[in-house]
Design a protein around this ligand. Structure first.
Ligand SMILES: Cc1ncc(C[n+]2csc(CCOP(=O)(O)OP(=O)(O)O)c2C)c(N)n1
Ligand SMILES: [Mg+2]
Length: 350
């Protein structure tokens, strides 16, 4: 090894096989430290009276870095006030914008989230250009505007994810989807605190997501408290994971896939978001293969699942996901060689 060069060290996550280079890990570590420093400074500025109000994302840094690795241009975030690390990591916010919002700077360039009108960490991307025309929403990730009432981001996240499904399923919106959707491949990432899950709209949203089977990845940042109220006094069984078990997807059929990870386990967090997003895309792929999900018989479903499992195994989840995303709308995605199209499959069945 030459002096000054870095050895090619990498971590590969256990299930999704996501490869994180030494540079990736160091960049994430730096970002986590900067984000924590910003949290502490903003808190101090509020306590000494230099800023009106501030609420920040201490303790959620590592989990959000994991989430950021699964986020792609065109995807949406609908979250709450703890998400600064994620926003920094995916390039939708930076430190100077964070502090501009803390000091309620009314300049829209310095605080593009809300021009000083919203509290700290109330993020939003701008959907219109300076002349009021729609921007190309696929050119970058997007964030719905933060809402202050606890849980209010949840129904919105259902709407965003459902829009993707409508773009996938129905040919009509595709004709007007330029700049809004790439055949419905966009995933919505929602975040909520553990105490926020006690709100009625959380449960309504979860139920709707389970019924609609939409590309929605919901993260509950469980820090054990809602302000000063501990989980035991807030949530049945003291655990939102335990309560959610009834929503879990059975081997076949609808439901939600549930994952519980330690929020400070960097590799596990990176891993689980890849899996969650792939899982959704596997379902998308299944829906795209001639036999519609809702009407397929068990034998067809098994064959299809086997084919998809094989494609995933051969390519690895990340490559599989990228191929699904870049495939033309009528390409068949369960074949790792990618040499057979839907049209052929349809002809063969006719
Ligand atoms: C409907 C509603 N009720 C109460 C509040 C006040 N409030 C703001 S944050 C919060 C606690 C949220 O706790 P949790 O969901 O666990 O999030 P954490 O801050 O711990 O990440 C409360 C009660 C609010 N914003 N909206
Ligand atoms: Mg909490």
């Amino acid at each position: 090894m030459k002096t000054g060069t870095r050895p090619d060290i990498a971590v590969t996550t256990p299930n999704a096989k996501l490869r994180l280079s030494a540079q990736d890990v160091i960049a994430d570590y730096r970002l986590a430290v900067r984000s924590r420093a910003a949290s502490e400074l903003s808190r101090r500025e509020v306590l000494v009276g230099n800023a009106p109000f501030g609420i920040s994302g201490e303790g959620k840094e590592v989990a959000q870095l994991g989430m950021a690795h699964a986020f792609r241009a065109g995807d949406w975030r609908s979250g709450y006030y703890r998400d600064q690390t994620f926003m920094f990591a995916v390039g939708l916010a930076d430190l100077s914008q964070y502090f501009a919002q803390l000091y309620a700077d009314p300049d829209v360039v310095r605080d593009p989230n809300s021009a000083g009108r919203q509290m700290l960490s109330h993020f939003a991307t701008r959907l219109l250009d300076e002349r009021g025309r729609w921007k190309d929403l696929l050119a970058a990730g997007q964030s719905a505007s933060e809402l202050s009432p606890v849980g209010a981001q949840m129904p919105r996240s259902v709407g965003l994810a459902w829009a993707s499904k409508l773009y996938r399923d129905s040919p009509a919106p595709r004709t007007v989807s330029r700049g809004f959707s790439n055949n419905g491949e966009e995933v919505c990432f929602a975040t909520i605190g553990n105490a926020g899950t006690s709100e009625g709209i959380f449960w309504e949203s979860l139920n709707a997501a389970g019924v609609l089977q939409i590309p929605l990845v919901i993260s509950v940042w469980d820090d054990g408290y809602g302000i000063s109220v501990p989980n035991e006094l807030q949530t049945t069984k003291g655990s939102i994971s335990a309560v959610l078990e009834g929503f879990r997807r059975e081997k076949s059929g609808t439901g939600l896939d549930l994952y519980t990870v330690k929020g400070h386990d960097y590799v596990a967090c990176c891993d689980v978001y890849q899996i969650a997003v792939e899982r959704d895309l596997v379902d998308v792929a299944a829906g795209d293969v001639v036999v519609p999900l809702d009407h397929r018989d068990d034998a067809a479903a098994r064959t299809l699942d086997e084919r998809l499992a094989r494609a995933l195994q051969v390519e690895g989840p990340s490559a599989f996901r990228d191929r699904v995303r870049s495939a033309p709308p009528d390409a068949r995605v369960d074949d790792p060689r990618g040499d057979r199209g839907h049209a052929d499959a349809r002809r063969a069945r006719a």
